[in-house]
Design a protein around this ligand. Structure first.
Ligand code: FBP
Length: 552
């Protein structure tokens, strides 16, 4: 394989550990914190996790390592969507494991949770690991979206662990995967398997965070990558002065990615799904809001601009989520077959018109035909509309165009509107991790092994104080049950880690809110440029604006 010069240079990068983990394995000891309780529904969560609930938060500190001298055989999986830094979690885990005892073994189960069920694995050695240091991607072992959640699956995993003598499993994943890590940890404890489970917080979406987890890994690199591209688009827009760019960014439900990109680049418009839901905005109101900016800028002679649209926006628009629910119902079970055999779009349209309520039909009718058809094309394995595949950037630009046409007819607007569309998602998920993510991920993995070595089960690897230099980061662990509450999922009450949506009274949104009126009508673009891996710390090691504002 031909390697780029950056890849070769990144192999040499030594990720920074928190100060307390820097003195060598023999100098890391545990400092016990307070017992924990879940963020809500304490009695119910306690009853569901009798063996793992209520344990103490812990931090590591410098001091004699008192962990038992036990050979460790650890299995690791990557779960869900790619996020920059996943390789470094595994590298950090491997380095701590081998530094503790060179006979320790690290298994990497392939293709996500299904690798554990199918007993498909590699055993890491130096040569294998060294090819992946500080690189993006999850190709070291692959990932997958199989959920590990049933007792039958847990029994299979227990068998696989027994077969290889595995003492601990590390699950690198998002809120769902770490919820399942907690359930697996409880199962292992209840069945006296002696196997521990440790989670690591991953997702570019940034929605796995709470008072303990300051951010999930990958968010930093992904948002810096998107911001670089948005900045470049803004510079092009400001140079050519003839296009409005509608840029959809990933983030399946929460709008953290969009908000962070807006804080970094200061576009004219950024929609925030959580605000749209709180204000119960309709599609027409959103289009009107964007059109106001287009018109105000046109009045200054600026027929260009940039609007950031979060991927999950449509689910936050109340009338649209009702429409989606009705469509899911309309096509439930065998009804989908009856729909699919209809010979033309006209026939399908009549079927839809007969099946939707008047209100939802009114929403459906204003959508561009391409979006109408998307709603009926792509279904997930449960038969539901895949909202993330809806081209909302095109939906809103089409609606803005119509809105502007009405303004033109009324004589209140006399500009030109030419829209271009972009979707930024996969571009950011496997980028070379920024120094922040390279350091954070390596620390999470290293720390995960220390949690294993000290016998913890059902804990999330926790590295905090992240807005400071790595030297000041604090390493430790938090029982996953502390982050749980009961939520209704697929008709059942389930213990889950609460998904973190954008807080409308949080500092990042407040900053955006205080500035966006000016950004909407003036040209205040910021051009962040590419992620820098080598150079002064103020250029290379900065955390996201979200983190900086939250911790300010
Ligand atoms: P995770 O929540 O698993 O980290 O994945 C997030 C994400 O990148 C979303 O932003 C996006 O909607 C989705 O994955 C895409 O999924 P897929 O990789 O299956 O296309």
């Amino acid at each position: 394989m031909k390697l780029s010069s950056l890849q070769l240079a990144r192999y040499q990068y030594q990720p920074k550990l928190p100060g307390m983990l820097r003195n060598g394995i023999s100098e890391i000891c545990v400092k016990d914190g307070a017992p924990t309780e879940s963020v809500a529904d304490q009695e119910k969560i306690k009853a569901l996790f009798p063996n793992t609930y209520g344990k103490n938060e812990i931090t590591f500190q410098k001091g004699a390592n008192t962990s038992p001298a036990k050979k460790q055989v650890v299995g690791v999986i990557l779960s869900g969507g790619q996020a920059p830094g996943g390789h470094n979690v595994i590298c950090g885990l491997y380095d701590a494991l081998k530094a503790t005892n060179k006979d320790n073994v690290l298994y990497g189960f392939k293709g996500g949770p299904s690798g554990l069920l199918e007993d498909s694995y590699v055993i890491f050695d130096d040569e294998y690991i060294d090819q992946y240091r500080n690189t993006g991607g999850f190709d070291i072992i692959g990932s997958g979206r199989t959920k590990l959640e049933t007792e039958e699956q847990f029994a299979v995993v227990a068998e696989v662990c027994k077969k290889h003598g595995i003492t601990a499993i590390v699950i690198i994943g998002g809120d769902d995967s770490n919820t399942n890590a907690a359930v697996l940890a409880e199962y292992f404890a209840a069945h006296n398997t002696g196997v521990q489970v440790i989670g690591c917080p991953k997702t570019i979406d940034g929605d796995l965070k709470n008072e303990d987890i300051e951010c999930s890994f990958g968010f930093d690199t992904a948002t810096k990558t998107y911001s670089e591209i948005i900045g470049n688009i803004q510079r092009d827009a400001n140079s050519a002065k003839k296009y409005w760019h509608f840029v959809k960014v990933m983030g399946r439900s929460a709008s953290h990615v969009a908000l962070e990109a807006a804080l970094q680049t200061q576009p004219n418009i950024c929609l925030i799904g959580e605000e749209v839901a709180a204000k119960k905005m309709s599609l027409a109101q959103i289009a009107d809001y964007i059109a106001d900016s287009v018109a105000a800028r046109a009045a200054k002679g600026w027929n260009f601009g940039v609007a950031i649209i979060p991927e999950g926006i449509v689910e936050f628009v109340p009338e649209f989520s009702v429409l989606i629910a009705e469509i899911n119902e309309l096509l439930a079970g065998s009804k989908a077959d009856a729909f699919n055999v209809l010979p033309s779009w006209e026939a399908k349209y009549a079927f839809i018109e007969a099946g939707l309520t008047k209100e939802s039909m009114a929403v459906f009718a204003i959508l561009p035909q391409s979006i109408q058809q998307q709603l009926f094309l792509e279904r997930d394995p449960h038969g539901n509309v895949q909202v993330s595949l809806i081209e909302s950037e095109k939906l809103f630009s089409a609606m803005v165009k119509e809105n502007l046409a009405a303004r033109k007819a009324a004589g209140t607007y006399n500009g030109k509107f030419s829209a271009l569309h972009h979707f930024l998602g996969y571009e950011g998920r496997c980028a070379f991790p920024s120094n922040f993510d390279a350091d954070y991920c390596y620390s999470l993995g290293y720390n995960a092994f220390m949690l294993i070595q000290y016998g913890f089960n059902g804990y999330l690897s926790k590295v905090s104080n992240l807005s400071k230099s790595a030297e000041e980061w604090v390493a430790g662990g938090m029982p996953i049950t502390k982050m749980m509450n009961i939520e209704r999922r697929h008709g059942h009450d389930k213990p889950v880690i609460r998904k973190a949506l954008v807080e409308l009274d949080g500092a990042p949104f407040k900053f955006f809110e205080a500035n966006r009126e000016q950004w909407a009508v003036e040209t205040c673009y910021v051009y962040p440029g590419a992620i820098q891996y080598f150079g002064p710390s103020e250029v290379c090691d900065q955390p996201t604006r979200t983190l900086a504002l939250e911790k300010a």
